[in-house]
Design a protein around this ligand. Structure first.
Ligand SMILES: O=C[C@H](O)COP(=O)(O)O
Length: 254
């Protein structure tokens, strides 16, 4: 946690979810009515955004997209603009997820262009960074992550327009997590980088941890300095698991 910074627990449904998933979302909403000490967000596949937005209303769970194109509109088959996501009810968009960087060859420069697009549309950009296992083994984790952060985030970021999500690639969907000391070190180095670049604003930009976050390990991870919430994949698909992670903040504040 960072003193004075309200945490964010965001769920990334990735390529999961059909209409029946509305029931899971409704169950999350019902349980989110009590303030859990953290902002909550679900990033469903784009096909569900408008439906979940109609259910969510002005309730306690915000919605986000999982990617966007840098342009406003045009001949880009299969792509979605940030404006379209905003129109469908999103207030944020995940950008530069390692699955986009790996599966679609996205570079940090392309991610930065998408961040500009998100800001143009009034969306908060959730920018993902993280090292592979080989890069960690080579002792390059800090260098890789700070390089991605520098290249993927344009000038002018604030705590309202930017959220960073640190996700070690080898921890995603594997059930493995870094040691608390490694998480502390990585988040602290990113905080220093954000402060050096954005001054006072960099102190309040949220840095989420992502990678095999579960109800059982959430409280320990979220208690680490400069861990301002979580980006949750698999465990965000079920209301019990997602709200179990959000409940870590009740433990921490209680
Ligand atoms: O965006 C979320 C992450 O990739 C984490 O996924 P996971 O919680 O399934 O490990």
């Amino acid at each position: 946690m960072t003193p004075g910074v309200r945490p964010l627990v965001a769920g990334n449904w990735k390529m999961n979810g059909l209409r029946g998933s509305e029931r899971e979302f409704e169950a999350m909403l019902e349980r989110a009515r009590a303030d859990r000490g953290a902002d909550l967000m679900i990033c469903p596949p784009a096909t569900l955004l408008m439906r979940l937005s109609a259910i969510a209303g002005n309730g306690p769970i915000a919605l986000g997209g999982q990617d966007c194109h840098a342009e406003v509109s045009g001949a880009h088959t299969g792509d979605l603009s940030a404006e379209m996501l905003a129109d469908a009810g999103a207030t944020a968009v995940i950008l530069g997820h390692s699955e986009r960087r790996q599966d679609h060859g996205e570079t940090s420069a392309q991610v930065a262009a998408k961040v500009e697009a998100a800001w143009r549309a009034g969306l908060t950009a959730i920018v993902c960074v993280g090292e592979t296992e080989a890069e960690r083994d080579e002792g390059r984790a800090v260098e890789v992550v700070l390089g991605q952060l520098q290249g993927s985030v344009p000038e002018g970021a604030t705590h309202e327009t930017l959220v960073v999500a640190y996700e070690p690639v080898w921890a995603i969907g594997t059930g493995r997590t870094p040691t608390a000391e490694d998480v502390r070190e990585m988040h602290s180095r990113q905080r220093e980088g954000l402060k050096a670049r954005f001054g006072k604003a960099g102190e309040a930009i949220r840095i989420l941890y992502g990678g095999s976050v579960k109800p059982a390990n959430a409280a320990e991870l979220m208690a680490i300095a400069n861990v301002d919430g979580a980006l949750v994949g698999g465990a965000s698909l079920k209301a019990d698991d997602f709200m179990g992670i959000a409940a870590a903040y009740e433990t921490l504040s209680g």
